[in-house]
Design a protein around this ligand. Sequence first.
Ligand SMILES: Cc1cc2nc3c(=O)[nH]c(=O)nc-3n(C[C@H](O)[C@H](O)[C@H](O)COP(=O)(O)O)c2cc1C
Length: 313
Amino acid sequence: MSEAFAFRNALGQFATGVTIVTTTDADKAPVGVTASSFNSVSLDPPLVLWSLAKTAHSMPAYQNSGGFNVHVLAAHQSDLSNQFARPGDDKFAGIDWTLCDQGFPLLPEHAALFRCRTHFQYEGGDHIIFVGEVIDFETSDLPVLVFQGGSYADAKSKIKPEAPTEPGIDLSRGQFTDEFLLYLISRAHFQTSFPTRRACQKLGMSEPEYFCLSLLSMNGSLPEDEIVYRLEHTGHSPDAEIFARLDRKRWITRGDTISISPEGRETFIKLLAHSKALEEQILKHFTDEELGQAATFLKKIIDITGSDIPELW
Ligand SMILES: Cc1cc2nc3c(=O)[nH]c(=O)nc-3n(C[C@H](O)[C@H](O)[C@H](O)COP(=O)(O)O)c2cc1C
């Protein structure tokens, strides 16, 4: 192993966050690079630093613009990090960026933001070290992106679970608190299914109709009594009137068994898109580890409480 390679490897052992530092060039075009060299310098005055390779195409812009914005990336932004690590002019393509009052690009999402005036520039071997005076900053609760040994990793969420101070339920007084687990599960269900339920209402689709289409979409054709049985746990099993209504709307076809029609499938896919969009928004706020644990936890609850309910999906 060459000395230079070994040195890079050793430096890579130091885990850092990942930032995108933005500024504008002489033509006021947006400029940005991915940088893990960001670090704090001083609290009073508030100073930060980062370093840029002298070979970077964007070097003149940082040397002459007078300021920059440092975006600390969130755990879900590794693609964005890669986009700004490629040399080229189209790094901002597809990004909904704006300008701050200093005239430097702002990215729409970040775990933290430091808006800086360039305070000093130092020679640092094959890099230039930029020291910025922080004129404004923001922070969010998003878990951060971590870089170590040339790979990305997720950091734990900054939201620390608070120790429960009160018991979840007080039977004698008929009250429950925010720590009551079944309340939390039920509330999470209602809040996360709200966009889909509202979309169903707009389509004139009742809950039994929705559950029926959902079951048929996943399972193909099923006999009527099997559908009723499999949807028992929802409290919204379809009856003869619901099947007749689904038929009138041409969302199912009826024979010996019942199948979802092409129109029914198209309608159901539109509804599914609402859930998918919400899921994407929610998942951004969790690390892979947290999501794995949540999935295990929920599957276990479904198993424990559903022993007499047939396998649904
Ligand atoms: C995670 C990560 C961190 C990086 N950190 C730095 C850094 O601190 N300084 C630097 O000069 N380049 C760093 N780079 C490389 C630059 O982002 C890359 O060279 C970029 O293409 C420079 O853009 P430009 O040539 O358009 O100016 C990093 C790349 C990655 C993927």
